[in-house]
Design a protein around this ligand. Structure first.
Ligand SMILES: Cc1cc2nc3c(=O)[nH]c(=O)nc-3n(C[C@H](O)[C@H](O)[C@H](O)COP(=O)(O)O)c2cc1C
Length: 184
């Protein structure tokens, strides 16, 4: 089983990247987590680019990575009260082609980290909403990390309660993915 992880902050020292790695560490035994590292290369979605003869290679690769994954995990900072444009752009690419989009029916969950105490709450809510509209089977619950610049120590969440919530969410995502896989 494989969970594909999309991190919405493109900077190297990103707290959301740390959160993504902490999440991967909490996946149950036998479940792999893979970060898609090329979101920054993805062109802005355009219907003119969305044809087989001109489709950007990175968009094709992203679609294939999601199609091959058992579940999807979005990890987002909050930018101006919403999810990062890198993630919204990825969801837009994944929501097409209509009728054959890789994201449709895919189990998904959202995490977010921000400097504010609210832990990217609006970004997480918007992440759930756009994933749902794109057709993913997204968990309504999310995990947010506030005061993110102080929240990690050696790659792990300092707050044990939050860490337990993260583990629980990933367990539920994996169970959902197993259910979908077994039904297929
Ligand atoms: C353009 C921009 C807009 C931001 N807007 C918000 C915001 O609306 N709410 C918030 O809590 N933090 C906001 N922040 C702070 C980011 O959420 C914070 O820097 C975040 O933790 C960065 O994530 P990273 O460490 O993964 O890069 C903003 C930061 C930037 C650069």
């Amino acid at each position: 089983m494989n969970v594909l992880v999309l991190v919405g902050s493109l900077r190297a020292g990103s707290t959301n990247r740390q959160l993504a790695h902490a999440a991967v560490d909490h996946l149950p035994a036998g479940v792999d987590g893979t970060l898609f590292e090329r979101l920054g290369e993805l062109p802005h979605y355009s219907e003119e680019l969305d044809h087989d003869d001109v489709l950007p290679e990175v968009a094709r690769d992203l679609r294939e990575a999601v199609a091959d994954a058992d579940a999807l995990l979005l990890v987002t900072p909050e930018y101006n009260g919403s999810l990062s444009s890198a993630l919204k752009n990825a969801v837009d690419w994944l929501s097409r082609p209509r009728g054959a989009a890789a994201i449709v029916g895919k189990p998904a969950a959202v995490l977010g980290a921000s400097g504010s105490p609210r832990g990217a709450q609006w970004a997480r809510e918007d992440g759930v909403r756009v994933l749902r509209i794109a057709g993913a089977h997204v968990l309504a619950d999310t995990v947010g990390v506030g005061a993110a610049f102080q929240a990690f120590d050696d790659g792990r969440l300092v707050d044990p309660t939050l860490d337990a919530r993260l583990r629980s969410l990933l367990t539920r995502l994996t169970l959902e993915a197993e259910t979908v896989r077994d039904a297929a």
